[in-house]
Design a protein around this ligand. Structure first.
Ligand SMILES: O=C(O)c1cc(=O)[nH]c(=O)n1[C@@H]1O[C@H](COP(=O)(O)O)[C@@H](O)[C@H]1O
Length: 238
């Protein structure tokens, strides 16, 4: 999947509790400068109507519902999500090969197919937390393993930390998408994120898209923060 130079690489996470707050926030944003991510909190509150409202305003939407269930259920959810006309959807890679293949097959034949990616290891986790879940190969090993499984299952890319992006670029190529949350401009608070990286380092390391929430959504002047990040990335977008 080739990334166009003109393509907005920043995806703003709209983690807001309701449609009014989200729509008033996006008023100051330009669809040419960013895409938008709608996750559980906002989708549970505002649903498909909000997705349509954002798309009508010209934004491409990443519907981040991280499906993780039996193959038949996930396939149905992906089909329904695709019908909303969104740009990108995701599943959990740990749902396994059959689940991911069912998700991909469900999208075949859709007129406008969304990109389908899989979450590897959440950026809020570190080696110790993974170990406590019974996974002893560490974050790097697990992310590499699940990213490989994702590519073999025919998906378009993964959600991972930018810390894992260099090795995934080397092993899986530049066209396999690496969508990286846990992005923190220098000086901003990590919050609940453990594996954080600055925007410029993430792009240098091979991230194809950056997911950024609180550093922009909680800023006094969100557009200024977005513009500063674009400035930081100038010249890196090859
Ligand atoms: O799938 C995601 O988008 C995701 C995966 C992951 O491993 N870590 C992660 O933080 N996210 C999402 O990325 C966003 C990060 O937001 P901030 O931490 O506020 O920048 C949130 O909406 C998370 O749900």
């Amino acid at each position: 999947m080739l990334i166009q130079n003109s393509e907005p690489r920043i995806i703003i996470a709209l983690d807001f509790p309701d449609a009014d707050t989200a729509l008033s926030f996006v008023k100051s944003l330009d669809p040419a400068q960013c895409r938008l991510k709608v996750g559980f909190e906002l989708f549970v509150a505002a649903g498909p109507t909000l997705i349509e409202a954002l798309q009508t305003r010209g934004f491409e939407v990443f519907l981040d519902l991280k499906f993780h269930d039996i193959p038949n259920t996930v396939a149905g959810a992906c089909r329904t999500a695709a019908a909303l006309g969104v740009w990108m959807i995701n599943v959990h890679a740990s749902g396994g090969r059959r689940m991911m293949e069912a998700a991909r097959e469900a999208l075949e034949g859709e007129g406008k197919r969304p990109l389908l990616i899989a979450v590897t290891v959440l950026t809020s986790m570190d080696d110790a937390e993974l170990e406590a879940c019974g996974i002893g190969r560490g974050v790097d090993g697990q992310a590499r393993f699940l990213a490989g499984l994702t590519q073999e299952s025919g998906l378009d890319g993964v959600v991972c930390s930018a810390r894992e992006a260099p090795v995934l670029r080397q092993e899986l190529g530049t066209e396999f998408l690496k969508v990286t949350p846990g992005i923190r401009p220098r000086g901003s608070e990590a919050g609940d994120q453990k594996r954080i990286v600055t925007p410029a380092d993430a792009i240098r390391d091979g991230a194809t898209h950056l997911v950024i929430g609180r550093p922009i959504t909680r800023a006094q002047d969100p557009s200024a923060v977005l513009a500063a990040i674009h400035q930081e990335l100038l010249g890196l977008e090859t």
